[in-house]
Design a binder for this molecule. Sequence first.
Ligand code: GNR
Ligand code: NI
Length: 173
Amino acid sequence: MALRPIVTAPHPLLKQVSKPVEMVNDATRALVDDMLETMYAAPGIGLAAIQVGIPKRIITMDVSKEPDPPSPLVLINPEIVWSSDTEQSYEEGCLSFPDQYAEVDRPASIEVKYLDRDGKAQVLKAEGLLAVCIQHEMDHLEGVLFVDHLSTLKRSMILRRMGKAKRLNTAAE
Ligand code: GNR
Ligand code: NI
């Protein structure tokens, strides 16, 4: 297992559309394990493979809260098969936008089909934070970021703050 560096905005990789996994094999599982380790270390509740530079349709998640035990979830080639008309608003963050948060509206409940880490087909119905997280991660597979759901004004404010933070970082290095 290994920690992998997380790609931060603005980076062209984050706009890339990820490719389906053709076969779930040991190499896939090795990447999944690295993603889980990287996600927990960040710490984050979700991670898409493109955030560690790999354009494959793989996401890892864990929305469990202490003192509950960890509950890692791996979705390969996920597809939303149903989503509710009712939306919910949630203050989202993204490991590729450190320290930036904004309210995003999305369907409140969804049903998603995917392959698990053994390559077995699964269906999952989700609501609340899990539904938010799955949709946020699935956006990454299409090169869509949470800021793309915001008004132009809010998006440019966040992008400007990201630019500033990056310049400060480069100056300090
Ligand atoms: O760690 C994360 N927290 C989070 C909070 C609210 C809505 C979505 C997320 S996902 C984010 C990790 C991440 O960037 N995944 O792509
Ligand atoms: Ni994200």
